[in-house]
Design a protein around this ligand. Structure first.
Ligand code: NDP
Ligand code: HSE
Length: 468
């Protein structure tokens, strides 16, 4: 069926919308299950049957369930499946950049609708896919690429299309949240938690994408693009992963009444002269326990959206896993199938604002800095001076304990070592980095074992019992 063609046929009923599924792993298996188990409902909702035309995998022998039940549909030649004339919609759940990009571009150029969960590809080269979709009038849908089952992209793209979004921020990587939750409760080691997240189907094929923040950065790029009508790619997103978060950091956060979460933050920044830019960043940060994000555990995701007229909205749900992700894909499938049956088209890419990206060095955040120092007179003043020299204002300082028998870096003598916790007011990243470098140059500073950002700090400072 060509786009816009009426599917009604007096003799045979509406012509089926035929789907090529690329990939049948954690997500693809659930897509097959939902398409087959819900065939009757899908027909009623779309106005025509939705049928699998073929399923491409790499190693059919690894898929006994698929080959036993759908053997005639299975192929290892994804390119040929995409090129088939009887395919209307291509659903891609393989992942990675190539050869998937080539296949999806071929599909879009020939007018086939594309649904993908591939945030890495969208964040690297989404504009090329969007241009191909616009050129042929085909649909490009990707709800499953961010936050699993949570309906988030459609609200940004459609429901809030008349509002002005100022901020999108939250937890968008299930695997890292699963690990951080396990570390916070002391239930499992980092390695065990990562292994369990992989077993449950949450982790990427290369889980460093999860723990090093690449996956969250891709999602931040997609969110910022939609929220601010500006093309943001993964390379525009400042990225720090959670691999470096230690048990000591988790304990320090707990003492402060906080929990560490890997956050993705996308903001519209308005300068004093009225000029606007976009800040998109991913990093682990302390969040006050009283904040709803602190209670988002396991592989769940939660995202706050702030818009000028709507105010604050919160989206929460399962952020990873086969069935939750397949739910988002099926939602897209119903939308594009309806468009094909009814002759309509989903929203096009909207990137008219073309806002510049704000460098991370200029982005102000509050910080929690743990210092190991020689416990002697004048140390506190010298440390405070280093912060002041770089314009970083200190909100609170606490000496969290003395340890005897430490060796002084300068003269090798033994004396008491103290741990200082400094919480700052908002300061640009560049100023904080310069402060830490200067601190490390001081002989009384034995180490700076922990530097973490603190988001929503007001209540955290109160938790320290020291006030601002
Ligand atoms: P899996 O690794 O479980 O599945 C990937 C599938 O792709 C496998 O069936 C594999 O076949 C197939 N495949 C790989 N290369 C080829 C090829 N050249 N030709 C044909 N088939 C190929 O991945 P997931 O299902 O977990 O993820 C798929 C996509 O969905 C990724 O983009 C991921 O980022 C995204 N996603 C995943 C979520 C999750 O929770 N898992 C959530 C949201 C998005 P074979 O098994 O034979 O090797
Ligand atoms: N690996 C991803 C995660 C899958 O853990 O969030 C969902 O996009």
């Amino acid at each position: 069926m060509t786009r816009g063609e009426s599917s009604a046929d007096a003799a045979d009923g509406p012509r089926a919308v035929r789907v090529a599924l690329l990939g049948c792993g954690t997500v693809g298996t659930e897509v097959v299950r939902l398409i087959t188990e819900q065939a009757g409902d899908l027909t009623a909702r779309v106005g025509a049957p939705v049928e699998l035309a073929g399923v491409a995998v790499r190693r059919p022998h690894k898929h006994p369930w698929l080959t036993e039940n759908f053997g005639e549909l299975v192929t290892t030649d994804a390119a040929a499946l995409v090129a088939r004339d009887d395919v209307d919609v291509v659903v891609e759940v393989i992942g990675g950049i190539e050869p998937v990009r080539t296949w999806l571009l071929e599909a879009l150029k020939s007018g086939k609708s594309v649904i993908t969960a591939n945030k890495a590809l969208l964040a690297e080269d989404g504009p090329t896919l969007a241009e191909a979709a616009d050129a042929s009038g085909a649909d490009l849908y990707y709800e499953a690429s961010v936050a699993g089952a949570i309906p988030l992209l459609r609200p940004l793209r459609e429901s809030l299309a008349g509002d002005r979004i100022t901020r999108v921020a939250g937890i968008v990587n299930g695997t890292s949240n699963f690990i951080l939750s396990a570390m916070a409760t002391g239930g499992a080691s980092y390695a065990d938690a990562l292994e369990e997240a992989t077993r449950l189907g949450y982790a990427e094929a290369d889980p460093s994408a999860d723990v090093d923040g690449y996956d969250a950065a891709s999602k931040a790029a997609i969110l910022a693009t939609l929220a601010f009508h500006t093309r943001i790619t993964a390379s525009d997103v400042h990225r720090e992963g959670m691999r470096e978060v230690s048990a000591a950091d988790v304990a320090a956060a707990r003492r402060l009444g906080c929990t560490i979460k890997l956050l993705a933050i996308c903001e519209r920044v308005v300068a004093e002269d009225g000029s606007e830019s976009v800040s998109a960043r991913v990093y682990p940060a302390m969040v006050p326990d009283s904040h709803p994000l602190a209670r988002v555990d396991d592989a769940f995701n939660a995202v706050f959206v702030e818009a000028e007229a709507a105010g604050q909205l919160m989206f929460y749900g399962q952020g990873a896993g086969g069935a939750p992700t397949a739910s988002a894909i099926l939602g897209d499938l119903v939308a594009v199938a309806r468009n094909r049956v009814g002759g309509g088209r989903g929203p096009r890419e909207s990137a008219y604002a073309s806002l510049p990206v704000r460098p991370i060095g200029e982005v102000p955040t509050r910080y929690h800095v743990d210092l190991e120092v020689a416990d002697r007179e004048g140390v506190l003043a010298a440390i405070a001076g280093a912060f002041a020299d770089h314009g970083v204002s200190i909100a609170a300082v606490r000496q969290t304990g003395g340890v005897s028998g430490s060796v002084d870096r300068a003269d090798g003598s033994e004396h008491t070592q103290a741990r200082l916790t400094v919480v700052t007011h908002s300061a640009p990243e560049a100023a904080l980095s310069a402060t830490v470098s200067k601190l490390l140059d001081k002989e009384m500073v034995l180490g700076v074992p922990g530097v973490l950002r603190v988001e929503g700090l007001g209540r955290a400072v109160s938790a320290l019992g020291m006030g601002e």
